[in-house]
Write a protein that binds this ligand. Structure first.
Ligand code: NAD
Length: 367
């Protein structure tokens, strides 16, 4: 069996533990230095949509494992967001600061184009709207372009708005009112998503306490809002007297130690992959902490870029992201009824939609 990128057949076969992916495409263009993998988990609900991660992976196996996981996660996110889109993702192997070039991005665009619309790309870690504009010079299946090019632009706008909607639903479920007035919310990470979330929270009358490893990020918030409290790090934040903990930095925020330390009754934030390992959702439930599933409440960003496919309209996208409030309430109700943590209820609802709505596409439409 011929190796692809030096990966053995075993690495890329379904028997490596990652099953069910519809299509995995390896793309290489030596002259521009492009090495990319595009993974389509499924197209049950429509063409696959997911961003392009440009990252200096330690190995090709690591890149493959990441793109398989990420594309699966996008299928669940898009399904739960009510989009008519399947799940896909792409990774470009390399250091974006050193390796990104017009030729590389355009070569990548040609590979995406060659899939004929089965996969739509967007921004992710290491890629920006300006990069999508370049990819779009070779490809029609690109979202997250700049507003100047008719694109949806920075997706963190509706990501933060959606997290806020999810938090309102969690407050409604916990306190009987969606208002966050007077609630103390701890925001970990005030980057693109976190700082916008802080704006929503303050406008709603919440008290905000935050931390960030970047002094610059902290100062940007403090300059606009001197009333926010700042703590040194995550340990201090999660040990503080909070009503809500909002992880908006990296993945894996909810590990055993953090869950044991938390005094908040609600966890709801923008970060992807918050549960550090399977089972953490049960620990949270066991401590009486309501966890709003990450991929549900942070789906505002994909809702924003998905809207670009039909010609971007911010009002329409925002209306769609507002529905995160209702879906979050629905998940909490399902979880209570089925006696499972909300993370499990979210997976079940996503799987049900993929299966039920996906099935009707088998109905013969005639000629
Ligand atoms: N941008 C989007 O539209 C979007 C959509 C869905 C999910 N997300 C997820 O939301 C999270 C934040 O994304 P972003 O776009 O705001 O990224 P970002 O890089 O702009 O912000 C992340 C912030 O977290 C800070 N940070 C890093 N490590 C930290 C730590 N240990 N403690 C405290 N702060 C720390 C960084 O300094 C930075 O300010 C990520 O997990 C991302 O995958 C983002």
């Amino acid at each position: 069996m011929t190796d692809v990128f030096g990966l053995s057949h075993q690495d890329i076969s379904p028997s490596n533990g990652q099953t069910k992916h519809e299509q995995v495409v390896f793309c290489s263009d030596e002259r521009s230095g492009l090495y990319a993998i595009i993974a389509i988990y499924n197209t049950a609900l429509g063409p696959a949509l997911g961003g392009t991660r440009f990252y200096p992976y330690e190995s090709e196996q690591a890149a493959l494992a990441d793109v398989l996981n990420l594309s699966r996660a996008m299928a669940y996110k898009n399904a739960l967001a009510g989009l008519d889109l399947g799940g896909g993702k792409a990774v470009i192997i390399g250091d974006p600061a050193a390796d990104k070039s017009e030729a590389l991005l355009r070569a990548y665009g040609r590979f995406v184009q060659s899939l004929g619309g089965r996969y739509y790309t967007a921004c992710d870690v290491g890629t920006y709207s300006e990069d999508m504009d370049v990819v779009a010079r070779e490809c029609s299946f690109v979202t997250g372009r700049t507003p100047e090019q008719g694109g949806a632009g920075d997706s963190s706008i509706l990501t933060a708005f959606g997290v806020f909607q999810g938090m309102r639903a969690a407050a409604e479920h916990t306190y009987g009112s969606p208002s966050l007035r007077g609630r103390r919310v701890g925001v970990e990470g005030v980057g693109k998503v976190g700082h916008r979330l802080v704006e929503h929270l303050l406008a709603d009358g919440a008290e905000v306490v935050l931390c960030d490893v970047s002094e610059q990020a902290v100062e940007r918030v403090r300059a606009r809002h001197p009333e926010v409290d700042v703590v040194t790090d995550k340990t201090e934040l999660t040990g503080a007297d909070l009503d809500v903990y909002a992880p908006c930095a990296l993945g894996g925020a909810l590990d055993d130690e953090t869950v044991a330390r938390l005094r908040a009754r609600i966890v709801c934030g923008g970060a992807n992959n918050q549960l550090a390992h399977p089972g953490v959702e049960k620990e949270l439930a066991g401590r009486g902490i309501l966890y709003a599933p990450d991929y549900l409440v942070n789906s505002g960003g994909v809702i924003q870029v998905a809207d670009e496919i039909g010609g971007f309209d911010m009002d329409r996208a925002k209306a769609k992201a507002t529905q995160i409030y209702d879906t979050t309430l629905k998940i909490f109700a399902m979880a209570a009824e089925d006696g499972v943590p909300p993370a499990v209820a979210a997976d079940r609802l996503a799987e049900r939609r993929m299966s039920e709505v996906g099935r009707i596409r088998g109905i013969w439409l005639g000629h």
